[in-house]
Write a protein that binds this ligand. Structure first.
Ligand code: ADP
Ligand code: MG
Length: 615
């Protein structure tokens, strides 16, 4: 019996809509991009309830004729692309003709629009893609689109929406990027009745940055520029002293389109090498202009990622623009740049798929010695993307190691033994115990005075790690993985981890989204074994989700890290690892593991004697 049938149109549309419209922020982005494409000089964005309740975008652009107004909501209906030739050089933000169809398929939409100079405008209402009303209406020039009850007919998607605050924050980020991409457009953003930002629209990037990202941000910026190569770059980067704790402030526009690009991030960060403290990230707003035909923007449903015909040109353009900005800064204030204590010689190119024959997998130590010093030419990228995610389980898959201080750093490290954390292999003069040995690869046996002690080495080590993390005064060493560990944790967990990337960065993790239900882990705390990345990510997501408050979440993260970093029961440890541990346990400092299990059991001589009927 035949099992295959062609799905009904509305089902196909719903599925397609899911790709374009992921969350309220994607709706806002599409609508504002349409306004920009329509040549608007003024755009107002209004949201309520994180955007699921209401999104309204009003522009003074070209507007639509009555017949176009209805066609605009058909799938693959666009005024921007006529033939395949057009696809090679796309100059508008939209071209797929999918956004309005997708949005209207999963919400209740109203449109009022009037073409410039037309006598009257059009009103159109749609419910889950079906037109429910259409009539002529008096309205100002331009277009207003109102989207209500987003995902009301797709409960599965609705379930994935985070709270209004989180969705609202994502909308804000999207709006600010749109505003920054066009300083000549005056953009007004109103969230839950409150004006969050209003750009002047005077065409100046600096005033636009001021009104979107704030005064503090605008104060610490350096002008970046390079025009020699195939990629012209202009914009601003943060002064080394004004860098951030994460990468969310690295904003790139390619031919006016906001894009995500590991390649360009790497270019920026490489230009900062030896200037920045590790764990600090430069912020930037950079505009890259390349020939339209040198870029393929049609590789991603929401067009957030692009493909460069010449990756090296894009990389070099950005690299030199940033380098120039920093060089200017150095001349201006020779003493202002702090001497880097730990040079941030980061080659952040893991995700940019280095050519496999260019790279050798080498131990971190070797790499560090061989790492090029400042002033070196920028790294040259290969263009093949093959195998970039393979080889995940390779234990030597560590690009380099670095140390950084916890965000809540209090005091400098004083106890050298603990910093390096290689316990001594030999007993010390003052030790009042004798390490008898290890049993069952799990318990350490120690004799002291009139007692025998059995120590659960994993639980004890876990506790030691936890306390060390918690004291927040030690440096966490982190390892950058040569190829990211891709962890399929499920869509919800992936969302949560992505949302909390900044928080996790404070603990030495670098995690970002990799497809709908996975994350790519690019950096781990040094003591965590790479093969634990997957389980650890799942655990962290769970803690982030269920934590009562931020302190609870932080404790949870630290407990998980402590556990993964601890010597494992069932694995034989050398005496070196054990001595330090025993000292801490017998000093009474460590009694319970972070999960509350005891770490040590005491058997007194009299207990033993009684057992053997000696007493
Ligand atoms: P695309 O932007 O890829 O063409 P959309 O579904 O976003 O696809 O929009 C379909 C068409 O509707 C656009 O090509 C454009 O002609 C018209 N349109 C959408 N929004 C606006 C607007 N704000 N002002 C004028 N025309 C618009
Ligand atoms: Mg569009």
């Amino acid at each position: 019996m035949a099992k295959i049938y062609k799905m009904p149109q509305h089902l196909a549309d719903l599925i397609a809509a899911g790709e374009v419209v992921e969350r309220p922020a994607s709706v806002v982005k599409e609508l504002v991009e349409n306004s920009i494409d329509a040549g608007a000089s003024s755009v107002t964005v209004e949201i309520r309830g994180g955007g699921t309740e209401l999104i309204r975008v009003t522009d003074n652009g070209c507007g639509m004729a009555p017949e176009d107004a209805e066609n605009a909501f058909l799938r693959h209906a666009t005024s921007k692309l006529r033939d395949e030739r057009g696809l090679e050089a796309i100059g508008t933000l939209g071209f797929r003709g999918e956004a309005l169809a997708a949005v209207s398929a999963v919400a209740r939409v109203e449109l009022t629009t009037r073409e410039q100079g037309a006598a009257e405008g059009t009103y159109l209402a749609l419910d889950a893609g079906n037109v429910t009303a259409k009539r002529p209406e008096g309205c100002p020039d331009g277009t207003t689109i109102t989207v209500r009850d987003l995902f009301f007919n797709t409960p599965a998607r609705l379930k994935f929406m985070k709270n209004d605050r989180a969705e609202g924050a994502a909308v804000t980020a999207a709006v600010l990027r749109c505003a920054l991409s066009h300083p000549e457009i005056s953009l007004r953003y109103i969230k839950d009745g409150k004006e969050e930002c209003h750009t002047p629209g005077d065409g100046r990037l600096d005033s636009c940055i001021y009104s979107t990202l704030g005064r503090d941000f605008a104060a610490g910026l350096l002008k970046a520029e390079s025009a020699d190569g195939e990629a012209q770059v202009t914009g601003y980067v943060s002064a080394p002293s004004a860098c951030r704790g994460n990468r969310s402030w690295q904003i790139f526009f390619l031919n006016g389109r906001c894009i995500k690009s590991r390649l360009l991030q790497a270019a920026v960060e490489q230009a900062y090498r030896n200037v920045l403290f590790t764990g600090r990230f430069p912020a930037c707003v950079l505009f890259i202009t390349m020939k339209l035909s040198a870029v393929d923007v049609n590789v991603h449903p929401t067009k957030a990622e692009v493909r460069f015909a010449n990756e090296k040109a894009a990389f070099d353009g950005v690299y030199w623009a940033v380098k120039n900005a920093l060089a200017g800064e150095e001349r201006k204030a020779e003493l202002a740049i702090p001497e880097p204590v730990i040079p941030a010689n980061v080659l952040q190119h893991a995700a940019a798929a280095p050519r496999s024959d260019f790279f050798k997998t080498i131990p971190a130590e070797t790499y560090r010695k061989a790492a090029p010093q400042s002033g070196a030419k920028p790294y040259v990228y290969g263009s093949e993307r093959a195998n970039s995610w393979a080889n995940v389980k390779d234990p030597t898959n560590v690009l380099y190691q670095t140390k950084f201080t916890m965000p809540a750093a209090k005091t400098a490290v004083s106890d050298a033994e603990e910093t390096v954390r290689v316990p001594e292999a030999r007993p010390r003069e003052e030790d009042d115990f004798r390490l008898v040995g290890e049993a069952l690869d799990t318990y350490v046996i120690v004799e002291r005075g009139e007692s025998l002690y059995l120590i659960d080495k994993h639980a004890a080590h876990e506790r030691v790690n936890f306390d060390r993390l918690k004291s927040a005064e030690r440096e966490i060493a982190a390892q950058l993985l040569l190829t990211p560990a891709v962890c399929a944790v499920g869509a919800e967990a992936a969302e949560i981890l992505e949302e909390n990337a900044a928080l996790l960065a404070g603990f030495g993790f670098e995690v970002d989204r990799f497809g709908p239900d996975s994350v790519a882990v690019r950096q781990l705390p040094a003591e965590v074994d790479e093969k634990d990345a997957g389980p650890l990510m799942e655990e962290l997501a769970e803690k982030l989700k269920t934590g009562r408050d931020i302190d609870d979440i932080r404790d949870g993260i630290m407990a998980s890290m402590a556990c993964k970093a601890a010597i494992k029961a069932g694995r034989r440890s050398d005496p070196q690892e054990l001595y330090g541990l025993v000292r801490r346990v017998l000093s009474g400092e460590v009694r319970y593991c972070p999960h509350g299990r005891p770490v040590v059991m005491e058997l007194t001589k009299s207990q033993l004697d009684r057992g053997f009927k000696r007493a």
